[in-house]
Ligand binder design. Sequence first.
Ligand code: NCD
Length: 307
Amino acid sequence: MSFKGKDVISIRDFSKEEIEKILEEAEKMETSLAKNIELNYLKGKILANLFFEPSTRTRLSFASAMQKLGGSVIGFEDITSTSVAKGESLIDTIKTVEKYCDVIVIRHPREGSARLAAEISEKPVINAGDGANQHPTQTILDLYTIKKLKGRIKGLNVALVGDLKYGRVMKSLAYGLAMFEANLTLVSPVGLELPEQTIKEIVEKFDTEIIQTDNILSGLKNADVIYVCRIQKERFEDVYEAEKVQKSFRITSQMLEKTKEEAIILHALPKTVEIEPSIDKTKKAKYFDQVYYGIPVRMAIINLVRP
Ligand code: NCD
């Protein structure tokens, strides 16, 4: 199994064995971090962080992961300071940046942009989110988190709650969870369901049983893991429509009390109004633990794909 030079574009590009290998490597990275062992696997190498869309966790955790591996980071977080603002094409930007670095991480509003970048670049490209399509490294870190916190993935009841239509995190994750034999309950407002095509693909490929509902309470009842995402307001044509849904689709502490004692609640973040703030203090809220696992997992991914 060789990862050298491999692009990370969609969770579909990986077999279960390959994901298990990444999880194993992440475990090793986490141990080194805990022991404060200085690593230099990426010494002299450069990662380029190209963010055409806002990001806090993904961008900073890739930068932190690269630096913890002994490498360095270049890139931009504000396209107004780059030649993109002068009208440069994505193709030309990638042809340029690949000359400056060893690995490219890209986030872009257009679906398929990361795949395009990978076709152009000779250096490995990691998709950090392409429009409403895919966010594979988030899924791998989510699988790692669930394994860490629940001891397994197989057989767990996982509720995916929120905007499943535009949430790229959810599209990648539904596939990853099905691959690892979790049971899925999809909880979304009417009109924001996981696309039919994604459901069909998962059911046919993994024989997963999927329950769908727009009722939060009934969707959460049997969940071992409750995974929430915000309404992806920036992808709506009508912002007013997004705000209306936002107000009506919210997990409250009262609802959480009716869930399983051992249930955990995860969120890729940023969260806005979909989780009542008092929930942060409950023992079920694990999203800031989840944030931490982004480091060992991204260290493992960078170290595996580097040329
Ligand atoms: C998500 C994203 O950008 O898709 N955040 C992340 O990467 N952690 C989720 C979101 O924006 O809702």
